[in-house]
Design a protein around this ligand. Structure first.
Ligand code: GAR
Length: 227
């Protein structure tokens, strides 16, 4: 049986669209039972509706800072659709410890940095300011801290000298779209085990490429492969 997931969004919804595209394959172990936004103006809502997926809006602003009441309204929508897994995809609200513990092990997030580096906002500008040469994205189970929890998968990209926050964001986002559907599938099909607060993924497949070096050192004469 496919696991019924809700995708929670606040805006554009490109990661949501990547999850919907994966779930369009009947062999994918997750079906998207609901796309829920905390903002009525989230562009992703129209994309979900166009794909024939049920949508709901629970306006966080209407709850005037009462996070528990907001989450009760969200959970009523999740219950109505029989949701078993929750995937945060650009959902820009911090969830309470109560919500996080009720969904423990069934709540995942994608974050645009190689956690634990750069939790929070403006990750790409902060990566550029820090001068890191590798940046990327993380899919993780959610625990009580912001952008914290056992890491399921990460993808790294090079940071180029010519990058702006926008060009770097686009390079990372492409990886988010590949990584998130894969990581959600591992979780849904029972391949994730937790050991001492760390996640292990069974049969995840060998990583492509041995290492990502940036900048790439020139081949020294002694290292050159034989002609
Ligand atoms: C994505 O880059 C996602 O990683 C990030 O917001 C963007 C949403 O884009 N999430 C966070 O920063 C959460 N801490 P999308 O709406 O097109 O998927």
């Amino acid at each position: 049986m496919r696991k019924r997931a809700a995708v929670l969004i606040s805006g554009r919804g490109s990661n949501m669209a990547a999850l919907l595209a994966a779930a369009a394959d009947p062999a994918y172990p997750v079906s998207v039972a609901l796309v829920l936004s905390n903002r009525a103006d989230a562009a992703g809502l129209a994309r979900a509706a166009a794909a024939g997926v049920p949508t709901a809006v629970v306006e966080s602003r209407a709850f005037r800072g009462d996070r528990e009441a907001f989450e009760r309204a969200v959970e009523a929508e999740l219950a109505r659709r029989g949701v078993e897994l929750v995937a945060l995809a650009g959902f820009m609200r911090v969830l309470t410890p109560g919500f996080v513990s009720r969904w423990e092990g069934r709540l995942v997030n994608v974050h645009p940095s190689l956690l634990p580096a750069f939790p929070g906002l403006d990750t790409h500008a902060r990566a550029l300011a820090a001068g890191v040469r590798l940046h990327g994205c993380t899919v993780h189970l959610v625990s009580a801290g912001v952008d914290e929890g056992p890491i399921l998968a990460q993808a790294a990209v090079p940071v180029l000298d010519t990058d702006t926050a926008d060009t770097l964001a686009a390079r990372v986002l492409e990886q988010e779209h590949a990584l998130y559907p894969a990581a959600l599938a591992w979780l849904a099909s029972g391949k994730v085990r937790l050991e001492n607060g760390r996640a292990r993924v069974e049969d995840a497949g060998a990583p492509r490429g041995a290492a990502l070096l940036n900048p790439l050192p020139p081949l020294l004469p002694v290292n050159k492969p034989p002609a």
